[in-house]
Design a protein around this ligand. Sequence first.
Ligand SMILES: [Cu+2]
Length: 146
Amino acid sequence: MRSIRLALVALLAIGVLVAAGCGGDDEEAATDTTTTEATTTTEAPAAGGTLVGSVGTADDPDAFTISLTTEDGSPVSTLAPGDYTLEIDDPSSIHNFHLTGPGVDVASDVGGTENETFDITLEAGSYTFQCDPHASSMNGSFQVTG
Ligand SMILES: [Cu+2]
């Protein structure tokens, strides 16, 4: 029991020293050394889960819109590297959804109207999605970092 307490005290002392060292350039350095919480690093969103690529809208499958969202509908702008499931929602016979980037090149058929699912692995870098027949107006991109 006693040795565990000593170890904790030692860890805290190291933590304070590290904190003071990191704040060397900061004018507010070491004004508060009473914090005992372990420092947690902020991490990029975890990999995994489902991404949804869509063209058109529910009311108008041929509408000139394209988007990539998470499963809950939030637009994707940055992602962590890793494995994802890409669900392509392409109800239109004039559009497709085409995702390209490091290690990935997947697309739905322009003429087809089925939803398609791909297992993809994202690496650090820049990814672009577009509708091939209308690439100049239907496109988007996101970054993979971490
Ligand atoms: Cu299109």
